[in-house]
Design a binder for this molecule. Sequence first.
Ligand SMILES: NC(=O)C1=CN([C@@H]2O[C@H](COP(=O)(O)OP(=O)(O)OC[C@H]3O[C@@H](n4cnc5c(N)ncnc54)[C@H](O)[C@@H]3O)[C@@H](O)[C@H]2O)C=CC1
Length: 383
Amino acid sequence: MAIDTALIRRSWSLVEPRQSKVAADFYALLFSRYPQVRGMFPAAMDLQRDRLLHALTRVVLSLGEIEGLSAYLGQLGRDHRKYGVVPEHYPMLGACLITAMRVNAGGNWLPAYDQAWAAAYDLVARVMAEAAERDSHTAPPYWTATVVGHELRSHDLAVIVLRPSHPYLFQAGQYTTVQTPQWPRVWRPYSIANPPREDNLISLHVRVVPGGWVSTALAHRTAVGDTVYLGPPRGSMVLSRSTASHLVFIAGGTGLAPLKAIIEETAWMHERPSVDLFHGVRLRSQAYDLPDLLRLREQHGRMRFVLAVSDDPAHPPRESVADTIARHRLPADSEIFICGSPGMVQACTARLLRLGIPGHNVHMEAVDEGGLALPWAAPSVGR
Ligand SMILES: NC(=O)C1=CN([C@@H]2O[C@H](COP(=O)(O)OP(=O)(O)OC[C@H]3O[C@@H](n4cnc5c(N)ncnc54)[C@H](O)[C@@H]3O)[C@@H](O)[C@H]2O)C=CC1
């Protein structure tokens, strides 16, 4: 059945102002009708509710662009294998979702909206389930990994090296999701800080964030020899086949991780591009990876490295990384990769546009703050 995007959007606009209530009602309905699925979700549901809403918004907004949506949903379907989602779960969710929207529409819900949503949901579920099924022939739902390196580089930052039990195939720049034994069913995304290696090791940069369960567990309650779990690799911030001759990388804090992986990959290229890396930190003491970056610069041979310190009275000039890039001459045809907090990414992107860099040359990971999925999605990277 064709998707009636106009009906979907009209009906969504009815419930959008009450979306938090929609999410709460959805989970209440789901758990009362199907108590057997409660165990698949974490004990605390706050983040989960936000994720559902982000995912819904994303699907509603991109229903017209079926190609992009299919790639997104396929990735989502593969990722949901780690939660134990099987095809039989999808209809349960669909029915509860439509009911939750209907009861929150203030009596304005039309029968046609039910049909439009049923058709849209059917398509979403089919794409996700098919991708998951295809994936099940070649990859496990999740990987067990042993911690083989754990280095606290400051009180709130750890670099962790993991050895997945089975080959973990990913591309430089992608991220994984991590579950620790301390927090069952709570998965958090972290970028992989190295390109694929023959020894299958992967390295993560973990900043402890206030209230960050997984980041605290990884940094302070994890040691060499412990086991953690990894979801499948995700993300599209990777090098294209036709890499430009000059690449610029702009990192904010631990947003360095995926950019370092891509730079390291370019170091081995036959015709390696020249590279600029700008690393923005608040305090000089937060330049947690300096020795490694200097080594990488040495090994690369065509890499310039600039540290931008924004808030350290002992290290003038206090300059934001956006101001730093503006001071350096960037060729207009540079391919640019940005990774960091949403505010930092936004500030840098705006500055680049003002500097005349075309938007299509700027890459960043659209790590939706929780919006990667239907109910079981992942939050922003690095929590
Ligand atoms: N750990 C990981 O694997 C990854 C982490 N991230 C994200 O990167 C961020 C890293 O955070 P931290 O390490 O705490 O770095 P941070 O937030 O302390 O920021 C580092 C740099 O970004 C600049 N900055 C921060 N907010 C800004 C704003 N609103 N406008 C302009 N500049 C701003 C600072 O001035 C500084 O130069 C987090 O949001 C995390 O989710 C992204 C990808 C991977």
